[in-house]
Every structure is written in structure tokens, then in C-alpha cells.
Design a protein. Structure first.
Length: 294
């Protein structure tokens, strides 16, 4: 196996299409395809499947992606000087969902900021996302893989959501023995006609026609409602498990979603963007247990 073939594999994984990967690498799409096929032959595995969106990593491809990115980080660490972080300058704007930005990224961002003191960092954590295609953000963490645009895209991580309630609420109302019993409790969730992403429809995955009675466009407001004893809500585990006053309800039920890391193809290789992407990717890997609620 040739290390250089892994570089082509990484480019296709991030771009999602041979043509975009070729543009980023400065070669033609035929060369990219040939290198990927050579790697697949060497490994004896199919690494991509063709979808309407382009090339999507198979299960074997996802496993290789984790290992290849780890190798890439090691190479960069060897090449970088101890003072390299101090020389990164300028601004980087990162668009993330309100919950992930507040409860995960912001919780750890001080380390990245300290390592790069000359960078100005805009963390846009809100309901809705800025669009890297229109250069509104340098990096976006989305709930779904974009289907078009000059973008580099890869899955950052899966995460899980579960039902949560305040311990005091359950002490007053009693336990919830099964899914049907949820209908007898005030449920907290999003305002259906104001959802900014279809991936936020959780309750109907748990049971048909399960609807929230107390609704908010803000996941932080939903969390505060749960914490105050207003009812039961589906929350990401990285939010619900962080508050000892909350407890899981029907622990055998969970919803799995993914975060997708997206950058513009023209800015992906900028050192400041590359540094942030590498930092967040490593952080998500190290904190998998928190994200998955395990």
C-alpha cells in the first residue's frame, strides 16, 4: 500500500466527489479514481459507494478514514515546530448548532484559543447554520451532509439523544414504565413549523403521533424547561448527562444523529482552518463516550 494513495482517499472522503477531490489536489478525476481503486485492491475492500450525492464511504471506508486521519495528524505533528501555533493569525468563523456549540465546543475551546493566541475565533452557535458555500463561515458543523456546492465534507461524529426529566419531576409524578405512558406527561420539544433541519424531529421516532406540549426553537430553553421540572424532553446525551439533577427516562430508547464537518473547497487548506478542523476532529474522537452517552 502506498501512503500517497491514502492522501487521495482522504481527499475523496472530504470532498464527497472525485471531481472536487481532483480540483483540491490539482490533478484530474481519472487519476483520483485510479489511486482509490489501487488502494481498494491493496486492501481487498470497497471503500466508497456511489450515491446521488457522490462518493460515500462504506463501513470499511469509515474505519480507514479514522486511521488515515490519525496518520495525517502524526505527520503534521512531526513537521510542525513547537511554536507553530503562535504563527497562525487572522480570523476563523465557525457555525455550529446551539446545543453542540454551547455544551461541547465552547466547553473545550479555551485550549485551542490558548494554543493560537493570534487567531480571532467567531463561534456562531445558533438555531440554523451559516453557509460555507457562500463564504458565510469557514467551518460549519451540520446535521446533514450537504448535497451540492464547492465543499469538503466528512462525518465528524455520531451522537445520541435520549429522553430526560428532572429527578424532582419523576419523584412527584412517578416513573414512566413504557413508551405509551409518555402520552400522560407534558413533553417538551421543537416548534414543528419552525424546525431549521428535519433531523430535529425526534419524538415521532420514539412513538407515532407523539407531540410536544411545551415547544421552543431553542435547545437550551428546552433544557432549562426540563431542569425546572416542566416535563420530559429528548436531549443530546452531552447535554442531559452533564446535569446531575436530570435523569434518563426509558434508558433503552435512544435516537442517533450525526454531525458533519463542512468547509469550502477553496479555504480547506488554509492553515487556520486546517488547524481548527484537526483540533475538533481529535476532540470528537477523544470525547466519543460523552457524545454517545456511553
Amino acid at each position: 500500500m502506498h501512503w500517497d494513495d491514502l492522501r487521495y482517499f482522504l481527499a475523496v472522503s472530504r470532498a464527497g466527489q472525485l471531481s472536487r477531490a481532483a480540483a483540491a489536489l490539482g490533478v484530474d478525476a481519472t487519476t483520483v479514481g485510479r489511486r482509490v481503486r489501487r488502494l481498494e485492491k491493496a486492501l481487498g475492500q470497497t471503500l466508497f459507494e456511489q450515491t446521488q450525492e457522490g462518493q460515500t464511504p462504506t463501513e470499511a471506508g469509515e474505519l480507514l478514514l479514522v486511521k488515515a486521519e490519525a496518520m495525517e495528524r502524526e505527520v503534521r505533528a512531526i513537521e510542525a515546530s513547537p511554536e507553530a501555533g503562535e504563527h497562525l493569525a487572522g480570523a476563523i468563523r465557525v457555525s455550529v448548532s446551539e446545543g453542540f456549540g454551547t455544551w461541547f465546543v465552547a466547553h473545550h475551546l479555551s485550549g485551542f484559543a490558548a494554543a493560537h493566541p493570534r487567531l480571532r475565533i467567531d463561534l456562531v452557535a445558533s438555531s440554523g447554520f451559516l453557509n460555507p458555500s457562500r463564504r458565510e463561515a469557514d467551518v460549519a458543523i451540520l446535521l446533514a451532509r450537504p448535497r451540492k456546492g464547492p465543499l469538503f465534507t466528512r462525518k465528524l461524529t455520531d451522537y445520541r439523544l435520549r429522553l430526560y426529566a428532572a429527578r424532582s419531576y419523576l419523584e412527584a409524578r412517578g416513573p414512566v414504565p413504557n413508551v405509551e405512558a409518555l402520552r400522560g406527561h407534558p413533553l417538551i420539544g421543537y416548534v414543528p413549523d419552525l424546525l431549521y433541519a428535519p433531523e430535529l424531529r425526534y419524538l415521532t421516532e420514539i412513538a407515532p403521533a407523539l407531540e410536544p406540549r411545551i415547544r421552543s426553537t431553542s435547545i437550551n430553553a428546552q433544557y432549562r424547561l426540563v431542569a425546572s421540572g416542566a416535563g420530559i424532553a429528548v436531549l443530546p446525551c452531552f447535554i442531559g448527562d452533564a446535569d446531575g439533577a436530570l435523569t434518563r427516562v426509558l434508558d433503552d430508547i435512544s435516537v442517533t444523529r450525526s454531525f458533519w464537518l463542512v468547509t469550502h473547497a477553496d479555504t480547506r487548506q488554509l492553515p487556520r482552518v486546517d488547524a481548527f478542523v484537526a483540533w475538533l476532529t481529535e476532540l470528537a474522537g477523544v470525547r466519543q463516550a460523552r457524545l454517545l452517552g456511553t
